[in-house]
Design a binder for this molecule. Structure first.
Ligand SMILES: *[C@@H]1O[C@H](CO)[C@@H](O)[C@H](O)[C@H]1NC(C)=O
Ligand SMILES: *[C@@H]1O[C@H](CO)[C@@H](O)[C@H](O)[C@H]1NC(C)=O
Ligand SMILES: *[C@@H]1O[C@H](CO)[C@@H](O)[C@H](O)[C@H]1NC(C)=O
Ligand SMILES: *[C@@H]1O[C@H](CO)[C@@H](O)[C@H](O)[C@H]1NC(C)=O
Ligand SMILES: *[C@@H]1O[C@H](CO)[C@@H](O)[C@H](O)[C@H]1NC(C)=O
Ligand SMILES: *[C@@H]1O[C@H](CO)[C@@H](O)[C@H](O)[C@H]1NC(C)=O
Length: 478
């Protein structure tokens, strides 16, 4: 207990200030909040200006694509906003002189950079930092250690990457398995990344955390390291095994057994597809959900979604957000419901159908040759506990806009996630996950695939390019 800390958040959700700590006096959890792009984001503002002048709702329009968390690095507490990413495992930041920041200074000023020469606690590790993401952005440079602050939490000598060669304006806080660190492919060695280091330093008991993204119209969610918040979901947490990737636990793949859609006329069941059960990756760094093509084709046909191969996703009328359609994803016995309103992404109003209806992006896209990914358009509807210590995922339906909070600590050993029960007879995907995401070469768009696939829906660990891409898709008339 003496090492246990409860830490308030930097990224400021008031809910965390109203904790009720019945379960234990001082739960050993590290909680902080994550925020989607806010109004002051220069990129959002820039896009908003070009879109329309209602600053608040325009800015919200543009908040679909990133979940950011504030940290500081170094003795001089250099402030950074990082994309929180369950699909990769390295924390990295741009150096002020990175190739990207030299060219686009205003973006880097907004997200923050790290200047090693300004920190007394900086220490060089090696020059083997080199990561590339499935959206083909990349960063390369050195590994270093320095002091990280997250809220009131201080982690000394945390290893992270410094990007000198970079094609990204924003750094990443990858919180996956250490086996998926970029160093594994350069040096063959792993290191204690943020969640692991929190365990090693005694800030939390077990390498496990919970992610609550909240709904599409809300711009804040929260992540809780070492604990669960029973105020943030409905029903019971149910537990599923994580699937190994190439023989090791490296990424958060679980088995998806069924997908269906229900409205007042009845239920469409997409589960007869031979692509199920399928291995699906839980990836907070992906804005969209990518399902096997056969399922997506059925859904698109039924809902009249038009696929744009250049965009890599489908469009449908924005008015569909009001339709009373409910998707159900089943994982053996566990079902997560996703309302249509969570799947219709308003890009700000510059895309229209020829009949004058506004077009919105649809939150489910075809996976093509890549593994299926459950991104933010799924994850917002689920409360997910990532238990790396036990290689399990526990999930429940989210409690949207919850302001209540009851935090329980995740202890050690099997069944450590409080009040979670295992699903009976969990199914296993017929095909194995292929890619250890995070450092996967983007080799999926090979010649010879159908034109739909060749256009490359790419599961992205880093959706920022998508944000830019969507802005760029303005004036498309379908
Ligand atoms: C992150 O830091 C920025 C800059 O200090 C601040 O404006 C923003 O509100 C912070 N976000 C959160 C969620 O605390
Ligand atoms: C950036 O600065 C560092 C020293 O702070 C230097 O080692 C590195 O080569 C520089 N990178 C570029 C791309 O100029
Ligand atoms: C990273 O690795 C790729 C492919 O192995 C290589 O082309 C690139 O030059 C490397 N980048 C850096 C900065 O080392
Ligand atoms: C959550 O709150 C937002 C406003 O912050 C609202 O637009 C949205 O409809 C709410 N969601 C639910 C499911 O009540
Ligand atoms: C329910 O969904 C089907 C498509 O699956 C559609 O044809 C039907 O019109 C919908 N019913 C209502 C009441 O919207
Ligand atoms: C869909 O069909 C499968 C069998 O193909 C069945 O097991 C499942 O219960 C059905 N789901 C729904 C929601 O009807």
């Amino acid at each position: 207990m003496k090492n246990s800390l409860f830490l308030l958040a930097t990224c400021a959700i008031p809910a965390l200030g109203r904790l009720s700590l019945h379960e234990r006096d001082v739960p050993a959890v590290v909680g902080f909040d994550i925020k989607r792009k806010d109004v002051s984001d220069p990129v959002a503002r820039d896009v908003a200006r070009r879109k329309r002048s209602e600053t608040v709702s325009s800015a919200l329009d543009n908040e679909y694509n990133l979940y950011l968390c504030n940290i500081t690095l170094g003795s001089d507490k250099q402030a950074l906003r990082l994309v929180i990413d369950t699909g990769s495992s390295d924390l990295w930041v741009n150096a002020p002189n990175s190739t990207f920041c030299e060219e686009y200074k205003e973006y880097c000023d907004y997200y923050g950079t790290y200047d090693a020469t300004d920190s007394d606690t900086y220490s060089y590790v090696n020059s083997d930092f080199n990561i590339s993401y499935a959206d083909s952005s990349s960063a390369g440079g050195i590994y270093a250690t320095d002091t990280v602050h997250i809220g009131d939490a201080e982690i000394k000598s945390l290893q992270f990457g410094i990007g000198y060669e970079s094609s990204s304006e924003v750094g990443v806080l990858g919180i996956g398995y250490t086996t998926n660190e970029a160093s594994e492919s350069t040096t063959g060695e792993s290191y204690a990344n943020l969640p692991k280091a929190m365990v090693n330093k005694g800030l939390i008991q077990s390498n496990a955390y919970s992610l609550w993204l909240n709904d599409l119209d809300s711009n804040e969610g929260s992540i809780l390291f070492g604990g669960i918040d029973t105020g943030k979901y409905h029903g019971e947490l149910e537990t599923l095994p994580i699937l190994k990737t190439q023989g090791v636990y490296a990424a958060f793949y679980i088995t998806l057994s069924g997908v269906s859609m229900t409205n007042s006329s009845g239920t469409s069941n997409y589960s007869s597809s031979s692509s199920l059960p399928a291995a699906v990756l839980l990836d907070s760094g992906s804005s969209l959900t990518y399902l096997p093509d056969a399922i997506v084709e059925d859904i698109y046909n039924e809902l009249d979604v038009s696929y744009s191969s250049s965009a890599g996703y489908g469009y449908l009328p924005c008015s569909y957000a009001e339709k009373d359609y409910k998707f159900a994803y089943s994982f053996s016995g566990l079902t997560i419901n996703v309302d249509m309103s969570e799947l219709v992404m308003d890009m700000g109003g510059n895309e229209y159908y020829s009949n004058g209806d506004r077009a919105c992006a649809f939150g489910i896209a075809p996976a093509g040759n890549t593994d299926a990914v459950l991104g933010d358009t799924f994850l917002r509807s689920a409360y997910v506990v990532y238990d790396l210590a036990n290689n399990e995922i526990s999930m429940a339906n989210t409690n949207f806009n919850s302001t209540t909070s009851h935090i329980s600590e995740i202890g050690t050993g099997a069944d450590a996630v409080p009040s979670a029960t295992g699903v009976a007879n969990p199914e296993t995907a017929t095909s194995n996950p292929t890619a250890k995401h995070g450092s996967v070469p983007d080799s999926t768009d090979l010649p010879g695939t159908s034109s739909k696939n060749a256009a490359g829906p790419k599961p992205t660990q880093m959706p920022k390019h998508m944000a830019l891409g969507l802005a760029g898709a303005a004036l498309l008339v379908l």
